[in-house]
Design a binder for this molecule. Structure first.
Ligand code: CAA
Length: 256
């Protein structure tokens, strides 16, 4: 479910579960973690691009898998996501997200783990979790607020509204929007420009720039996992996820 290829000094990691719009289930998260560990130990690599196969970047965490989780299992699922996403984010080499399509929920959160994000004109971003009876659970409550301004992050997470690539550019979530067919060339051009520079200096610059960003992040991610887990076994979570899986109409939320 995770494809990896090397192009010179640049690695390209592709989330590939197109039948489910690359939704992240436990197996995909564990594979992502394992790939990141391999990349970490590859001394030839100088930059990594992450993208998705087909029409989505990643359409979120797997709703079918989450639907029946208990609170404790919800917490574990969140922590499993954190293990994989932090392994990606903590790579010493720069990471570029080439967002080719839907980046919703866990997909937007995955893109947030990258150092630089660029998007196809078709890309869509959002944290729609509150409409599923849960909070963002793979770092969105922490990384989005550290990336765009607080009110913008609050607006995205609390309304659950999806935004297009132009809007993502306007709020600083991505740095460039290009036609879909140019996305990977553009990502490779940025990656190659980085890879031409002195590797130790590039890694140290990334490390230095992330000092403030990383402040208390691990503890905050754990706090997020607890709050995420607490949303499970509620009537609202079960109703909304069942409606998605069974393709039926959602009922009004009751707060139970
Ligand atoms: N989980 C599981 N399956 C998913 C999925 C997800 N997040 N997103 C899409 N799929 C599956 C669909 O069930 C469908 O499967 P079948 O063909 O077997 O029915 C297949 O992928 C194609 O999806 P659609 O038919 O829905 O495609 P579409 O083009 O009509 O709609 C979409 C695309 C708007 C992205 C829609 O699929 C959608 O709304 N997906 C869910 C988005 C979402 O809510 N993401 C957040 C998840 S919660 C989360 O991520 C929590 C966290 O932080 C940890």
């Amino acid at each position: 479910m995770i494809l990896f290829e090397k192009k010179g000094f640049v690695g390209v990691l592709t989330i590939s579960r197109p039948e489910a719009l690359n939704a992240l289930n436990s197996a995909t998260l564990d594979e992502l973690y394992a790939r990141c560990e391999e990349i970490k130990n590859d001394p030839e690599l100088r930059c990594l691009i992450i993208t998705g196969a087909g029409k989505a970047f990643v359409a979120g965490a797997d709703i079918a898998e989450m639907r029946g989780l208990t609170k404790a299992e919800g917490y574990e699922f969140g922590m499993r996501g954190h293990r994989a996403f932090s392994a990606l984010e903590n790579l010493e080499i720069p990471v570029i997200a080439a967002v080719n399509g839907y980046a919703l929920g866990g997909g937007c959160e995955l893109a947030l783990c990258a150092d630089i994000r660029i998007a196809s004109e078709r890309a869509k971003f959002g944290q729609p979790e509150v409409g599923l009876g849960i909070t963002p659970g793979f770092g969105g409550t922490q990384r989005l607020v550290r990336t765009v301004n607080r009110a913008v992050a609050m607006g995205m997470i609390l309304t659950g509204k999806v935004i297009n690539a132009e809007k993502a550019l306007e709020i600083g979530l991505v740095t460039k929007v290009v036609p879909g067919e140019q996305l990977m060339d553009e990502a490779m051009a940025i990656a190659n420009a980085i890879a031409q520079n002195a590797p130790i200096a590039v890694r140290n610059a990334k490390k230095a720039m992330r000092r403030r960003y990383l402040d208390a992040l691990d503890a905050d991610l754990e706090a997020e996992a607890k709050l995420f887990g607490d949303c499970f076994e509620t009537e609202d979570q079960q109703m909304a996820m069942t409606a998605f899986v069974e393709k039926t109409e959602k009922k009004p939320f009751t707060g139970k």
